[in-house]
Structure formats: structure tokens, C-alpha cells
Design a protein around this ligand. Structure first.
Ligand code: C2O
Ligand code: CU
Length: 705
């Protein structure tokens, strides 16, 4: 619904300017016609064009009202200015002043078609009241035409002032011009024809000036948008979310981390590490290497892998264990890598973000991560260096933390299977797969067995899964258990990029099928004998996480007093980023590294509101914290508490979440569609007093996105 309205609004915005321009030109031309017959014909064409422009305007207005009805936030600033302030007044004036005059001119049956129009007729056709309204509307329609070129959500007052200023100026100039014309006609002068040479001279001159200006603007845009070779992650504008703007230590050498000790030393992310001492309970070696790999269908391609596998090996650990992972980079050339532990709230120094918490690991080098895993559930890991390229090519894998106590029956499954859904780019195109299987796969499960599927979406885009043939429960979201999940059937499971969803069912005698809606012929069929068929059911309602399971106590809730509250609006605009032109995804009108830095102090309860006014999904991932969902689209969650590390903010969505700032560091907070990440949809959560010695670019060629 939102996407349709938004797109329609955009298209009408583009169409309205040429429509009004054509109508305005024809309306004006009427008066200059040499004979009554031709004047009437011109009036008729003008009438048609005016009607079309008016209809398109009404359509835009209706769409605008519907968008505003969803929520005013979707139309405030850009859309409100271009529709209400710039377009509407002219269109109304046209309706009241111009239209009746053109209608009467179009109806008038001249006694002699070849005679010149009467003076009165010509005067009326040329009058300011007739010609000015459509002209003004055309000028106003430029607002809609260039709307996407204006950075959204910024300088609303300025945009409005500039828009109205242009409108008034154009109004004055066009009035002067129209009056002069009226005077000419009243002097009885015949319509003037400029010499062809002069007309072409003027046209050529105008074109050269316009092209020159456009070239200048484009060059400026390209250069202005280029990112510097090296810069700090922390150069975004601090947003204190209504809290005290104390210690942005980066600028002021601000206060220390834990209040009250009287020191003023800043804390470096380098000191925020997991335990350096002690024998690890688990040791893993992950080697980044290029590998010729094969999907189940036989399609082969060259992947970047951990340990030569796609996806990388599943790491299984137990809650409470001290884990040590040694990353070795054996990629050829100049491809540095890292590992980020997605969804793990570990110390910041182990977070694996190149340029924020470490330097990227160069080919031939190694790096060791050590941390104790305090939580449990389905997580995953992936490189956080040039992630848009590296994750797509295979540098990721699942990470499962089994709970310390298998006390709750919900945690016991006879089959506990991780299903990583990824889109593999092969020379023949992109193929959705479960793990490395892009075909229909058959597996066996005995009737009565409890099967847990841990769905991980490692791709950029939102995935929709269907689990067909059995009632099931959604037992965890982003690895956190759902309280008392109820049984559902045939509901479609929408999992945003980077999100996880655990589902559980008891194996029946008949087959059960898991399908990715993007690959209807592939998937997994479970059956007792490894045979049998079942079609996926892809037309069910979508699973709604805001009212599933049963409510239970949480450390804080929608009623809790928060120390900070942030409002983040996602939008798009046509512009330059790092020298390239295209549709850019913005956060409060900005892109990385200018996107806001969310400043917090340890201990703060932080509320965040996410609003998506664009047309694409934004799975927003906050590192190092879990966010409690408070409401969606203004409605409070009523079921089980939902804790997520990634919120899939879809077009038209409004989510309100809260989290406790209890893990000091410099944490990335970004859209996990890495295409958007690469285009600047990146911000940070920065704790007061924490600094990083690392920078983006530099010798290590750190590129977190
Ligand atoms: Cu899974 Cu910053 O990412
Ligand atoms: Cu996005």
C-alpha cells in the first residue's frame, strides 16, 4: 500500500511539470491566433491539456491525502511543500479563473471563422487571469519534478521559503510579461513574430547557459560527495537524543566512562576486550580463502569462504563458554577481512568492524577473537570489511549457542538444523539457496520427532518462507526465545536481511516442506521415508510478531522513563555519493559519514523510533545490543516480548524500540542490506568517553561497509 502510493506520488510529481507546461503554453497561445477559427481550435486543445493536468493534480492530491492518512510523517516536508504549498494554489486558481474562460473560448461559435478574433475576445484570452494561473502551476510543479533531488528531511523551512520565493518571483515576472502583451493587443498590434534568426539565437544562448549550469552542478556534486581517503568513523554529527550533551570525548576529551571516579581519561575500544587470560572452552580456526565451489544444482563459481565452505562452518558453543577464534586471511591480492559476530552482545573490542574496533586483517595475517558467550540462540558471523562484496561472496557462517540449561522443553529438539538462506551470485545469475542447496532437497525425520529449524537470512533482501504441511511454532526471533509461542499454520515467515527465526514442529506421517518464496521449486522436504511430495503454500497471511506468544515481564517497557530518545527517518533521494549518481538511502536526510551519531551514556535507557518513508526494506542492525520492540505503526506489542538485534523496517513502517545502554563502545548501527550500507546507510551508537584509534581507509584500507 505505502509503496504503491509513494511510487504514484513520485511518478505524478514527474508528470505534472510537463503537463502543466504544455497546458500553460496552449492557453497563452490562444490570444495570438490570427483568426477566430484557429483561436477556437487552440482553446479546445488547451482545454484538453488543462483537464489532463487538473486530473493528474487531483490524483496527486488524493494520493497525498492517503499518505497523510497513513501518517503525517510520510508527507511532512518534501511532499507537503511540493503538493500543498507549490502545486495546489496555482491549480485552484486555474480551476476558478482560467478554466471558465478557456471553456467559453472553446465553445464560442465564430460567425466568420476566417475573420480576426474580436478585440474583446483577444483581450480576455490574453488577460493575466487567463494565462497566469497555469503558468504559475507549471512553475510550482517543478517542486514535484525535482523533489527527489532535494535531500529529504532537512531544512524544511528553507525549502519552503525557496519554493515560495521562486513562485512569487515567477509570478511577478510572468505578470509583467502578460500585461505587456495585453497592452500590445489593445493597441491593436497584430501578434508579433520575432525573426527566426533571433528566436534561434535566444534558444541557443539559453541552451548553452543551461547546459553550462548543469555541468557545473554535476561536477560540484561529484566532487563534493567524494569521501576522503581516511576519516574517522566518529565524524558524524552527534545526536544526544534529548539527553545531556556532555562528553563527546572525540572533540572535547570529555568525561570518563563510569561516572564518579574523578578521572577524565577516555577509554579506547582497544581496552574493551574479552578475557585475554584463561583456557578457552572452544577454539575455532577460520581461514578466509578463495575456493571454487559448487551448488547442489551443479552451478559452480569462485567464492570467498571461511575454511573453503559455503556457508562457513557452523560454530556450536554452549552458553557461558569462553570461545577463541583465530582468523587467518589466505585470500590472494589485497583483500583484507574481519569477522563480526552478528547479534552477540560481546565487548566492543571483539566486534570485528574494520575501522571501528580493529584494523582489517591483511592477507597472510591472523587475528584472534576471544569472548565469553553469555547469551544463547541463533546468531551468525560475517566479515565486516567491504561487507557488500565479501558477505555476498561467501564470507559468513552460522553460529549457534546452546543454552547452558536444557531445562525448558522448548529447547529440546530431536533434529536441530540450521538453514542459512543466501542468494549466491554465479556467472549465470543470482540463485537463492538453503546453504549450498539451490534445488529441492529430501531429508528424513521420523514421525513424532521434534524438528527445530533455525532460519538465518544472510542475504541483502527480505526473505519470505513457507513451512507447509504441519502446524508449527515460532520459538525464537533473532535468537531470543518467544514466551509461550502458540501453534500456527501456513503463516508466511518474513525474515529481513540478517534476521533469524527459529521454528519448531512435530514431524507428522506426511511430508513437510520449507520453501523460500523466491525459489518455489527448491527447498527442503522432510518425510519419514525420504519420499513424497507437497506443494508449498505461499498465499497465507504473514506471521505477526507484534502479537504472538504471551506477555511476560521485561526489565523495562513502553512506560519506562528513558534518558534518550532518537527519531530516525529513512528516506531516499537522487544524488551523488562518493562520486556516483543514483538513488541514495538516507538517515534523517544524511549519509555516512555525516549520518547522525547516536550519543549515549552507560546506563541510559534509550528509545528509538524508526520510520521508513522510502520504497525499500531497511533491516536496521544495532551491534552489541538487543532492542525490545515497544510498538509498530503506533500499536503496542501485546504478545511475548520481542527482542531483536535487527529491525526490518519496511516501507511505511514505524517501529518503536528501546534498549539499555549497557555495553560501552563505538557500535555500528546500519542497514543490513549491504547495497544500502555501501551507499552510506550507516550510523553509530557512541558511548560518551569511548574513542577509537582506528579509522576508515588508512593503511589497512578499512572499509566497514
Ligand atoms: Cu551483521 Cu554490522 O552487521
Ligand atoms: Cu536499507
Amino acid at each position: 500500500m505505502y509503496v504503491t502510493l509513494s511510487r504514484l506520488d513520485f511518478i505524478l510529481g514527474l508528470v505534472l511539470f510537463p503537463a502543466w507546461l504544455a497546458a500553460a503554453l496552449l492557453v497563452r497561445r490562444q490570444a495570438g491566433r490570427p483568426t477566430a477559427g484557429r483561436a477556437r481550435r487552440t482553446a479546445r486543445i488547451a482545454l484538453v491539456l488543462l483537464s489532463l493536468a487538473l486530473i493528474a493534480t487531483v490524483a496527486r492530491l488524493v494520493g497525498f491525502i492517503q499518505l497523510a492518512n497513513l501518517d503525517w510523517v510520510f508527507v511532512e516536508d518534501r511532499r507537503a511543500i511540493s503538493t500543498l504549498a507549490l502545486l495546489l494554489p496555482g491549480a485552484l486558481a486555474t480551476l476558478v479563473l482560467t478554466l471558465p474562460r478557456v471553456v467559453s473560448a472553446a465553445r464560442r461559435r465564430p460567425a466568420d471563422r476566417d475573420a480576426a478574433p474580436s478585440e474583446a475576445e483577444r483581450a480576455q484570452a490574453a488577460s493575466v487571469r487567463t494565462v497566469l494561473p497555469p503558468q504559475i502551476t507549471a512553475v510550482g510543479a517543478l517542486g514535484g519534478f525535482f523533489e527527489k533531488f532535494l535531500p529529504p528531511h532537512r531544512s524544511t523551512v528553507l525549502n519552503l521559503a525557496v519554493g515560495l520565493g521562486v513562485l512569487v518571483l515567477a509570478g511577478v515576472l510572468l505578470t509583467v510579461r502578460a500585461r505587456a502583451r495585453v497592452r500590445r493587443f489593445s493597441r491593436g498590434a497584430a501578434p508579433v513574430r520575432r525573426s527566426a534568426g533571433r528566436t534561434w539565437g535566444v534558444r541557443l544562448g539559453t541552451t548553452v547557459v543551461a547546459l553550462g549550469a548543469a555541468f557545473g552542478l554535476v561536477t560540484f556534486g561529484i566532487n563534493d560527495s567524494r569521501l576522503p581517503g581516511t576519516f574517522s568513523m566518529m565524524q558524524g554529527e552527534p545526536d544526544y537524543g534529548g539527553g545531556p550533551a556532555g562528553g563527546h570525548s572525540h572533540m572535547a576529551g570529555g568525561p570518563h566512562l563510569h561516572g564518579g571516579t574523578g578521572t577524565t581519561a577516555a577509554v579506547s575500544v582497544d581496552s574493551l576486550k574479552g578475557p585475554r587470560e584463561g583456557k578457552p572452552d572452544r577454539v575455532f580456526n577460520l581461514t578466509a580463502q578463495e575456493k571454487q565451489v559448487k551448488l547442489a544444482s551443479g552451478r559452480t563459481f569462485t567464492a570467498w569462504t571461511y575454511n573453503g565452505q559455503i556457508p562457513g562452518p557452523e560454530l556450536r558453543v554452549k552458553q557461558g563458554e569462553l570461545v577463541e577464534i583465530k582468523l587467518t586471511n589466505r585470500l590472494s591480492g589485497k583483500t583484507p577481512v574481519t569477522i563480526h559476530w552478528h547479534g552477540l552482545d560481546i565487548p566492543n573490542g571483539e566486534d570485528g568492524v574494520a575501522g571501528a574496533t580493529q584494523d582489517a586483517v591483511q592477507p597472510g595475517q591472523s587475528y584472534t577473537y576471544r569472548f565469553r558467550v553469555e547469551e544463547s540462540g541463533t546468531r551468525w558471523y560475517h566479515s565486516h570489511q567491504q561487507a557488500s562484496e565479501q558477505v555476498k561472496r561467501g564470507l559468513f557462517g552460522p553460529l549457534v549457542i546452546e543454552p547452558a540449561k536444557q531445562a525448558r522443553s522448548v529447547n529440546k529438539a530431536d533434529k536441530d538444523v540450521t538453514v542459512v538462506a543466501h542468494d549466491w551470485e554465479t556467472p549465470g545469475g543470482s540463485y537463492p539457496a538453503f546453504g549450498n542447496s539451490d534445488v529441492l532437497e529430501r531429508r528424513t525425520a521420523k514421525a513424532g520427532e521434534k524438528v527445530r529449524l533455525r532460519l538465518v537470512n544472510s542475504s541483502n533482501l527480505t526473505k519470505t518462507f513457507a513451512l507447509t504441511g504441519v502446524p508449527f511454532k515460532v520459538t525464537a526471533l533473532d535468537g531470543t526465545d518467544i514466551n509461550k509461542p502458540g501453534e500456527i499454520k501456513d503463516e508466511l515467515l518474513v525474515v529481513g536481511g540478517a534476521q533469524r527465526m527459529d521454528v519448531e514442529f512435530t514431524m507428522p506421517l506426511s511430508p513437510v516442506r520449507l520453501t523460500d518464496a523466491a525459489a518455489k521449486d527448491a527447498g527442503i522436504i522432510y518425510s519419514p521415508d525420504g519420499k513424497g511430495d507437497i506443494e508449498p503454500k505461499l498465499d497465507g497471511p504473514e506471521f505477526d510478531l507484534t502479537k504472538y506468544g504471551e506477555a511476560t515481564g521485561t526489565p523495562f517497557d513502553a512506560g519506562s522513563k528513558s534518558e534518550r530518545s532518537f527519531k530516525l527517518t529513512f528516506d531516499d533521494w537522487l544524488g551523488f555519493y562518493n562520486g556516483k549518481f543514483g538513488l541514495r538511502q538516507t538517515i534523517n536526510g544524511k549519509v555516512f559519514p555525516d549520518a547522525p551519531m547516536l550519543m549515549v551514556k552507560e546506563g541510559d535507557l534509550v528509545r528509538t523510533k524508526f520510520i521508513n518513508r522510502g520504497e525499500e526494506d531497511h533491516p536496521i542492525h544495532l551491534h552489541g545490543h538487543h532492542m525490545l520492540v515497544l510498538s509498530k505503526d503506533g500499536k503496542k506489542t501485546t504478545g511475548s516480548p520481542v527482542w531483536l538485534d535487527t529491525i526490518n523496517v519496511r516501507p511505511g513502517d514505524q517501529w518503536e524500540v528501546a534498549f539499555k545502554a549497557d555495553n560501552p563502545g563505538i557500535w555500528m548501527d546500519h542497514c543490513h542490506n549491504f547495497v544500502h550500507t555501501g551507499l552510506g546507510m550507516v550510523m553509530h551508537l557512541a558511548y560518551e568517553g569511548v574513542t577509537t584509534p582506528y579509522s576508515v581507509g588508512g593503511k589497512a584500507h578499512n572499509r566497514p561497509e
